[in-house]
Design a protein around this ligand. Structure first.
Ligand SMILES: Cc1cc2nc3c(=O)[nH]c(=O)nc-3n(C[C@H](O)[C@H](O)[C@H](O)COP(=O)(O)OP(=O)(O)OC[C@H]3O[C@@H](n4cnc5c(N)ncnc54)[C@H](O)[C@@H]3O)c2cc1C
Length: 519
């Protein structure tokens, strides 16, 4: 693995017709050598790991991200994701110091993270939970978030596009792919020294801080729990009782095409249908970006507007499809009595594009989530049911808040590898981050679980009761139960992160120009 000293620094901004070009921040330079730039290892290059790397770089830290999967696998993903108003606000903060778009002649241009995701994705405007007959059980419009600005309302984007954009926003070489973490060794609480991170290939890296953003089956979390319990700790995953199929399909292929599809859902940009132990949903995700080493920014926009779709069914944990089963035919059978356009979406699917898996979450854990100079983030800390479309948004919020706490603690200290005071200060910052995040992520996880229970009700009487209660609930009361998601969280950089670059004088060094392409 390359050492940090060899890693390039850079800033680039370009815009071309039909091409995605986004500005890339510099890695903190260690040109000075004698100063201490906080040195962070992030394990896992999912949404959480990539956004956290962006936030930490913005704050002036050195960041290395290690991802178990190959670049091709990690920068892909099934279906799409809603980056809702709360996650979108963080993205805008992360790119606010970047230049604004300058191209007026191009049909597509982006010079920042949130511009890129908006240029590619589809805005979330209106939608709702519906019965399997198609009538609304709960309807949400732009103002249901309590935010009036359409752009603030969030967007739907393909996972592949989001992963590619988040990755392209980092300096080349920040992420090492094909590097599964094996274990770590951290100094005892309050003591100086390096955190050692060992990978499956035997490589060992040192850092000041280790962030486990390695998903629902986190190895970092497993080791933290094991060490806290002093014995082999069981994985605290909870099987939801549901299996999920998902993917993407061009809108033009569904039924009689995009206009027909839009008419079927009253012009909504998302729709979710609840039956008895069955649920089907979809939302607009716009077109795609793919990696292209010859394109400015290393990304190219391609294809026509798509929808991301998902289907849930109640199944026992030991359920698995027979080998070679046609999952499209299976879903067509399961959802044949659902209102249009559900059967038509399923009929349009390419079986090769369908992914499926069992859904697990964790019982929300109070803080602290970890110990010493190690912490957890995203699904590693708080895997939740996908019902509210908030797991990724929580990981995005985590990233900014973690960078904020570390930045605030790091200013003016010597490096923790040599200095116990600095080590204790950073540990306290990690525990503050965990304490600030646990109540909110726990509330969202609890609500996601409760809504999932309702959505997946399968007894006729409970389905009738659910639908009746939803239909009778006034819209304002429905909005109220979700409003906290968008209004309770006000992300902000803490004092000094922009100008101060408090992790070390080296971080303030003028960045060199560097064009970033595909890794
Ligand atoms: C069906 C479904 C729909 C969803 N819809 C939404 C939505 O609309 N909006 C939303 O906000 N959220 C949604 N979510 C939740 C969201 O996908 C997750 O919360 C989010 O992906 C978590 O991001 P993460 O970075 O924490 O973890 P992950 O995305 O799981 O990333 C973890 C990364 O760590 C890597 N890794 C694992 N082990 C190791 C190791 N030992 N060493 C190195 N790397 C490792 C993995 O390969 C992976 O790349 C949905 C989830 C599901 C299942």
């Amino acid at each position: 693995m390359r050492s940090l000293a060899q890693r390039p620094c850079g800033r680039v901004s370009t815009a071309r017709r039909g091409r995605v070009a986004i500005t890339v921040r510099a890695q903190a330079s260690s040109a000075n050598g004698s100063k201490w730039p906080l040195d962070v290892v992030v394990v896992g290059a999912g949404i959480g790991g990539l956004v956290t790397a962006s936030a930490l770089l913005e704050a002036g830290a050195r960041v290395r991200v290690y991802e178990a999967r190959s670049l091709e696998q990690a920068l892909d993903g099934p279906g799409g994701i809603l980056v809702q108003a709360n996650g979108e606000k963080v993205m805008r903060l992360l790119d606010s110091p970047w230049p604004t778009p300058s191209s007026s002649s191009s049909s597509f241009s982006a010079s920042s993270l949130s511009d890129a995701v908006y240029a590619v994705g589809g805005p979330v405007m209106s939608g709702g939970f519906r019965s399997d007959r198609g009538d609304y059980l709960y309807y949400a419009a732009v103002d249901s978030t309590g935010l009036k600005d359409l752009r603030s309302n969030g967007l739907g984007i393909s996972r592949r596009s989001l992963q590619n954009i988040l990755h392209a926003a980092l300096p080349a070489g920040t992420v090492t792919f094909g590097a599964p973490l094996k274990a770590f060794t951290a100094p005892p609480a309050g003591q100086a020294g390096a955190v050692k991170v060992e990978f499956e290939d035997g490589t060992v890296e040192s850092c000041d801080i280790l962030i486990g953003s390695d998903g629902v089956r986190s190895k970092v979390r497993a080791q933290v729990l094991r060490e806290a319990a002093g014995e082999a700790a069981p994985e605290k995953l909870r099987y939801s009782g549901t299996v999920c199929w998902r993917g993407r399909v061009p809108m033009s292929r569904v039924g009689k095409g995009a206009e027909w599809l839009s008419q079927q859902v009253n012009g909504d940009t998302w729709a979710e249908y609840w039956g008895a132990g069955l649920r089907f949903g979809f939302f607009q995700v716009g077109s795609e970006v793919a990696r292209d080493a010859s394109a400015p920014g290393g990304l190219r926009q391609e294809g026509e507007p798509q929808i991301a779709w998902y289907a849930f069914a109640n199944r026992p944990e030991d359920w698995s499809p027979e080998p070679g089963a046609d999952e499209v035919a299976r879903m067509a059978g399961m959802f044949k009595d659902f209102a249009a356009p559900v059967p038509q979406v399923i009929a349009a699917l390419d079986p090769a594009s369908v992914s499926y898996g069992r859904i697990y979450d964790q019982l929300p854990r109070p803080a602290p989530w970890a110990a010493g100079r190690v912490t957890l983030l995203g699904d590693a800390a708080h895997a939740m049911m996908p019902t509210l479309g908030q797991g990724g948004c929580m990981a995005i919020e985590d990233g900014l808040e973690l960078a904020n706490e570390l930045m605030a603690a790091a200013g003016g200290l010597e490096g923790p590898q040599a200095d116990a005071v600095a080590a204790a200060g950073l540990e306290a910052a990690l525990r503050r981050y965990e304490a600030s995040r646990a109540p909110r992520t726990g509330r969202v996880a609890d609500q996601s679980y409760q809504v999932a229970e309702l959505a997946m009700a399968d007894k006729p009487v409970s389905v009738w009761l659910r639908n009746t209660i939803y239909r009778l609930t006034p819209k304002w009361a429905g909005d109220k139960q979700f409003e906290y998601l968008y209004t309770d969280y006000v992300p902000a950089w803490k004092e000094g992160v922009r100008q101060g670059r408090q992790f070390g004088a080296g971080a303030a060094a003028a960045p060199a120009q560097q064009k970033v392409g595909a890794a």
